[in-house]
Design a protein around this ligand. Structure first.
Ligand code: PLP
Length: 357
């Protein structure tokens, strides 16, 4: 063999020997873990129930404050979210659920779908007895009241008809086939309305009322805020929607009148909870802490979210939405009975087939 060929061969053999030796001695280099615990960059999968515009705004704001975390969110209504979490119980795809009435979070806690978290920022909550779970499975992040949205053009075309100001008004003949509301199986907004009626009227009279009210409905929707939009576009006369959503529709230029049932309206505490078995627990806890900061809760109006905050030090953009006759809504009762009440509504009153949007 020529010397010129022998030298590279020797170097090659030496390299192979060195590699073999290092493979015996050194453990394989650790693969970067997809976890916030390591301090490396990570992801956070958020199940987001409010309107997509606010979800997107919160994604951007959180990433700004936490550049090492990439947020992915999926927008789903409350009932859909609960079903999804039930189906994924053994292999959860989401880390945190943010938004939607706490009735569903109470049901989720009961079903073992949430992870308790004793965030230091729970101390910021204004009314801990009402606005957080006693065992720290969920925390309230906003408050909003239910209202009625009536199309002003429709009122103009129907002289003598006034926008409804009571639950009984919704049953008037002039509103037959003119109501729009979401279905309580998919929507937390609609479930809040259902449970408000049962509390105001008592169960027997309440279920009779719900039967009659469903007979007035043109079309049930999937999402709680959709009726405001459809009524704004003139597809129906009256929608039952959270008042802050109606304000957002009016701000978008829709010809809507906002009224409240004077005998009392229900309200929501919007909730947040970490998913049991979350794959990005550290990042989920960061979001949880961040969502309970006063500065975070004051971000809503930038994204057309006018709910009132739940923490000290954050002021409400539209306090008048809560200065109405609110019932003493029993979140525990509504949460504990959610499955039964929704099943009864679906089986006895209106199916959840062919829901609009
Ligand atoms: N969008 C907004 C702005 C809300 O405040 C709420 C209630 O928390 C929801 C949506 C709830 O959505 P859904 O009724 O579709 O469950």
């Amino acid at each position: 063999m020529k010397t010129a060929l022998r030298i590279p061969l020797l170097i090659g053999l030496a390299l192979i020997a060195l590699l073999a030796l290092s493979a015996c001695v050194a453990p394989p280099a650790p693969v970067a873990e997809d976890s916030g615990d390591t301090g490396a960059s990570t992801e956070l999968n958020v199940l987001c129930t409010p309107q997509p515009e606010w979800c997107e705004g919160m994604r951007i704001e959180f990433e700004k404050a936490n550049p090492d975390i990439t947020v992915n969110f999926v927008r789903m209504s409350s009932g859909e979210s609960l079903t999804r979490l039930r189906n994924e119980k053994e292999n959860p795809q989401f880390d945190i659920w943010w938004g939607g009435p706490v009735d569903s979070f109470i049901a989720a806690k009961q079903e073992g779908l949430l992870e308790a978290y004793d965030s230091p920022n729970l101390a910021n909550i204004k009314d801990p007895d009402l606005m957080k779970d006693p065992d720290n499975y969920w925390a309230g992040i906003y408050i909003g009241s239910l209202g009625f949205a009536t199309n002003q053009n429709w009122l103009d075309e129907n002289p003598g008809v006034e926008a409804p100001t009571s639950w009984e008004d919704l049953l008037k003949p002039e509103f037959k086939g003119q109501l729009m509301v979401a279905h309580p199986s998919s929507s937390g907004t609609s479930y809040t309305a259902l449970c408000t009626v049962l509390q105001l009227m008592g169960e027997d009279a309440g279920w009779d009322y719900l039967q009659n009210y469903a007979g007035q409905v043109l079309q049930f929707t999937k999402s709680g805020s959709a009726p405001g939009r459809f009524v704004g576009q003139g597809e129906a006369a009256v929608g039952i929607v959270f008042s802050h959503d109606i304000v957002a529709n009016i701000e978008d230029g829709m010809p809507l009148v906002l009224t409240f049932p004077q005998e009392g309206t229900g309200y929501e505490i919007g909730g947040m909870g970490i998913i049991k078995g979350a794959k990005h627990l550290d990042a989920a806890q960061k979001w949880f802490d961040w969502a309970l900061e006063p500065s975070t809760q004051e971000l809503g109006p930038q994204y057309k979210a006018y709910q009132a905050p739940t923490v000290e030090g954050a002021s409400a953009s539209m306090p008048e939405l809560l200065e109405v006759n609110l019932i003493d809504y029993d979140f525990e009762w509504c949460g504990a009975n959610k499955k039964d009440f929704v099943d009864r509504f679906t089986n006895d009153i209106a199916t959840a087939d062919n829901l609009k949007e």
